[in-house]
Design a protein around this ligand. Sequence first.
Ligand code: ADP
Ligand code: MG
Length: 253
Amino acid sequence: SQAGETLLQVDDVRKRFGGLVAVDKVSFKVAAGEIVGLIGPNGAGKSTTFNLVTGLLRASEGQVRFKGQRIDGLPSREIAKLGVARTFQHVKLVPEMSVLENVALGAHLRTSAGVFSATLRLDRRDEAAMLKEAAHALQRVGLQDLMHLEAGSLALGQQRLLEIARALCCDPALLLLDEPAAGLRAFEKQALAELLSSLRAEGMGILIVEHDMEFVMRLTDHIVVMVFGQKIAEGKPAEIQQHPAVLEAYLGG
Ligand code: ADP
Ligand code: MG
C-alpha cells in the first residue's frame, strides 16, 4: 500500500450485547505505514472492536471500510482475503501440530475456499509454496529454529510470536494485534518492536491493543483511548500521556 493511504476507517461503530453497549459510536482510522495503539482498561471494548473490524461480530450501527470499501457485514474469511490479518488475545493454535504446520494451515484457511478444502490434499506445488512462505514468516518473528517442534511445547511468548507469523503469512496490508507483548520476555518484546517497526517501514498498517504502556508509547504513531465502550481521547503518544481524561481514567482521579 501507498504510505499514508487510509486502510481502515471505522465510523460511529456501536455494538450492543443485550443491555450492554460494548462499543459506543467509536471512530478512528489506520493508514498504511502507521502503527495505531488502541488502549484502555479491561472491558473497554478493544477486543470487541477487533471482532467488528474482522467480521467475527456484526456492528449494531456504524460502518467499517477497508481501502474505501465497506466491509461491515462481510464474512470474516472475505475480510481476511482482502488483506486484513489478526491475532487473538488468547492464542489459538493446534498444539499437536508443528510450528510450521500451524503457520501454513492458518494461511491456507485464510486464503482458500475453506476448512473443507484444507482437509483435502493440497497440490504438491501449492503445499511447497505455502510451507516456504510459512518458513519465511517464522524467520521474520525469530522462530525459524523451532519450526519442527510441536506448537504446544512452545513457551507462551513464543506461541504469541507463532500467531504473528501466521498472521503475516499471506502478506496482509493491515495487521491487528491483540495484546501481542503479553507474556513476552524483555528481549522478545524488543524483537517484536523491531519487527513491527520494519513492517511499518514496508507500508503495513498496524492496529495494536497492548497494556504495556512503555511498549505502546515507544512504538505507536497515534493512540486511541477507549473507556467503557467510548473513545475518550486520541492523539500522538506524547499528547495522550498528558491528556486529562486519560489520566483520570487510568488513575481513577
Ligand atoms: P477489552 O478487550 O477492552 O478488555 P472486550 O471488548 O473484551 O473488552 O469487552 C467489552 C465488554 O463487552 C465487556 O464488558 C465484556 O464483558 C463484554 N463482552 C465482550 N464480548 C461479549 C459477548 N460475546 N457477549 C456479551 N458480552 C461481551
Ligand atoms: Mg481484550
